[in-house]
Design a protein around this ligand. Sequence first.
Ligand code: HEM
Length: 225
Amino acid sequence: MTDYLFFAVFPYVALAVAVGGGVYRYSRERFSFSSLSSQFLDNRVLFWGSVAWHYGIVLILLAHLVALLFPGFWGRLLGDPLRLAAIEATGLALGLFTLAGLVVLLLRRIASPKAWAVATVMDLLLLAALLLQVATGLYNALVYRWGSLWYLSLAVPWLHSLACLNPDIKYIVPLPLMIKVHLVNAFLLLLLFPVTRLVHIVSIPISYLWRPWQVAVWNKRPIGS
Ligand code: HEM
């Protein structure tokens, strides 16, 4: 019953809150789609923590996504033991890099009185959920070898069954607790998306890639001419 609630019901609740909350927030508070930068507080620490965190997590999530969307391709890629070892080692290295970035960002938030003063309860909850996600991801990658392979045979069919609105939890029920925590917490992060700074993900200005170019024309004479 608990498994059914966590793996067949909760994912839809999280998705509904993410979409509904995101649309509501966009229509009511469009200009709050931001990570509310506190860059002015400590530039250097923030820079290194932020770079490690963002590069690491984006690449890891990209690997999660490619395996989910192209399981045949991912399976062929992992078919060779050397490539499997290389991909797993890269995942681990990126995971450690990501964890280091997140810990730096967390310590900065806690240690700097100014950054602490502007932190909300939701910020701290989000940071804790992200830390749990990265830590359980690394733990599972280290303890339950080879994660990139059982991801294909267990997590992908479950996620596909959710996408087809026909949840099938038989793949998930026998899994160890730490893997289950990683899966449930992934959907908790989705749920937190519209009510935390995570919402800034959808404000990345990717329209820069296809919008017409602009010409900036100065409206005043350069000094001295
Ligand atoms: C339901 C969605 C998810 C599933 C099924 C899933 C599954 C997995 C699996 C099987 C691994 C082990 C990979 C390996 O051994 O190489 C892993 C690792 C990891 N996951 Fe997830 N994950 C999910 C969502 C997320 C999310 C949302 C995040 C981050 C916000 C995340 C972050 C990580 C990290 C940092 C690692 C360790 C890096 C690595 O070794 O690959 N995961 N995940």
